[in-house]
Write a protein that binds this ligand. Structure first.
Ligand code: FES
Length: 311
């Protein structure tokens, strides 16, 4: 299913961050979504996934915020330089990737930089449903999106602008001071997420109460090497650490359709004959991932040393 959406507003009030509001061209209600969901949008020749900032209940608009990335590899240059109010864009319905846990008694929400976007979504939903929250938001002063939204939704949110060491000092105190049943949600740069997850583990948080959202290339750890066997041609191809399955197949002269190369568009889906995929995409549903019958070659890998694909 593809949604056709019109750009109804652009907000450039924060340097380097553009917030975009999208709506149905006829004003119809949009598909609802779970807080922390993504919207995969095709902009120019790229498809990228962005976190929605609404609470997801009966939305009339979708709002995303896009950080300008200097090399433009993720399509952010298109968003910043070419997208205009009134433009029509194609999108896939929102997909949940970072949902709040309903049984949590309290939600500790930790955001770094543009990683605040799904946290704003969580916060809006928490306010709507009366859930207890605590918010830490770390950013570089003058470069933070949604500060006003965060403070309006959580007036006691802590805005941390003194750098990583001060942030970690504060985080460690907060982590040891949570009642039983609190769940931690973190979204931000990869290094920050890793530091938060490590600090939580070191202070005794079970992994089941720690939820994280990586985005962009941060999601792509180099991964272990494996060998892929192509069932139809019988050839085998080595996939080294740091090389994607898609790149390895292309290197062996095997053509696989692709578009986003980020695990969001669904173009590079291939069938699995044997072995267990290590899914790292945002496209397949949980059920599809659990079945293990397909994988997205641009980002996903193999759990074991070999994988057979039906190519
Ligand atoms: S190329 Fe888009 S999901 Fe792989």
């Amino acid at each position: 299913m593809t949604l056709r959406l019109v750009v109804t507003a652009l907000d450039d009030s924060v340097p380097g961050i553009r917030s975009i509001t999208l709506a149905d061209p006829a004003g119809a209600e949009l598909p609802g979504f779970v807080p922390g969901s993504h919207l995969a949008i095709t902009l120019g020749d790229r498809t990228n996934a962005y976190s929605l900032t609404g609470d997801g209940l009966a939305p009339s608009t979708y709002t995303i915020s896009v950080l300008r990335v200097a090399d433009g590899a993720g399509g952010s240059v298109f968003v910043h330089d070419r997208l205009a109010a009134g433009d029509l864009v194609a999108a896939r319905p929102p997909r949940s990737a970072f949902p709040p846990v309903a049984r949590a008694t309290r939600h500790l929400l930790v955001a770094g930089g543009i990683g605040v976007t799904p946290i704003v979504s969580h916060l809006r939903a928490a306010r709507r449903w009366g859930r207890e929250t605590q918010v830490l938001y770390a950013f570089r002063e003058g470069h933070a999106a949604h500060v006003d939204d965060v403070l309006e939704l959580a007036p006691d949110a802590e805005l941390l602008v003194d750098g990583p060491d001060a942030f970690m000092d504060r985080l460690e105190k907060v982590l040891v001071d949570q009642p039983l049943g609190t769940h931690l949600y973190v979204c931000g740069p990869g290094a920050m997420i890793d530091a938060v997850v490590s600090a939580a583990a070191a202070t005794g948080w079970p992994a089941s109460r720690v939820h994280l959202e990586r985005f962009g290339t941060d999601a792509l750890a180099p991964g272990d090497p494996f060998t892929v066997r192509l069932a139809k041609s019988g050839i085998t191809v080595d996939v080294p650490s740091g090389t994607s399955l898609l790149e390895a197949l292309e290197g062996a002269g095997v053509t696989v359709p692709n578009l986003c190369r980020q695990g969001v568009c669904g173009e590079c889906r291939i069938q699995v004959g044997a072995g267990t995929p290590l899914h790292r995409d945002l496209f397949l549903s949980d059920e599809e991932k659990a079945s293990g019958s397909t994988l997205m070659a641009c980002v996903s890998r193999s759990e074991g040393p070999t994988l057979e694909v039906l190519l």
